[in-house]
Write a protein that binds this ligand. Sequence first.
Ligand code: SAH
Length: 308
Amino acid sequence: MSPIHTPVLGREVVDALAVRAGGSYIDCTIGEGGHTVMLLAAVTPPPRVLGIDLDEEALATARTGLTAFGDAVTLAHGSYVDIVTLASEAGMDGADGILLDLGLSSLQLETAERGFSFRQEARLDMRFDRRQKRSAWETVNHTRERDLADLIYRLGEEPRSRRIAAAIAGTRPIETTTELAKIVAKAIGGRLGRIHPATRVFQAIRMAVNEELENVEEGLARSVEMLKPGGRLAVISYHSLEDRLVKGFIGRESRDCLCEPEVLECQCEHEASLRRVNKKVVKAIAEEQRANPRSRSARLRVAERLRA
Ligand code: SAH
């Protein structure tokens, strides 16, 4: 396994996807390849895995760690929103299992110049895909104060969003991560317990820059299209906004009719495409939570494709 990266809920994901020899799997967020290595090593001969990521540097790291598996693995630079096209380009016409491990990787967070971390000085960036034009710099410096407040409130679930947005607007232009962190800390006061006051603001800006919630919604729908009947979908989320979205999606897709309860005869003609596999979310066991702080907030949801 990759020495740099132990995947979150690795064992649980391999079980959830019921990996079998001869199967085809898609890792929508391959990152450094932590989960993919486990999928490949789960059975002999290894299954086929298509690994997708927006981050070219992550793909390069993954590629190095996966050479032993030869052509069992195909890597694709792009968004999982385009899973159908990317899979078809890789010659895969359906999947027995699909994984989405949402958010950012520890490598991205720890690489100072990517600008994700308020602990390390760097130009405000936060793009998963460096081909993208808009970075955190544009979002921080060119969003109207009121929209910035809304964004911080909605995506950061930060109740003091107006005060923070006013402080940002009053200090612009802001060039670096640590500059932004200081402005936020000054606006709402110092450290509250163990969580740095800029945590939620950085989360909000990162999610806006990468359009994360929109992508999750779209990516889930496209992933279901790619699943073969009986194929499994596994999604790991790291905060309540994402998890609510995933839960809502699986809930809707597990029901045959989405009409309001007072409607006597179904008018929506919606047909269930999924069956929920675990009613309760899967969380990391205490041992993993101790060893890997990133796993503490992880929530795994699993569903199975009903029909084509
Ligand atoms: N499971 C991986 C870690 C994934 S971290 C491992 O075990 O190594 C999340 C990854 O998702 C990051 O590398 C990020 O660049 C990628 N990502 C985020 N949004 C994406 C999208 N819309 N399409 C493809 N990859 C995305």
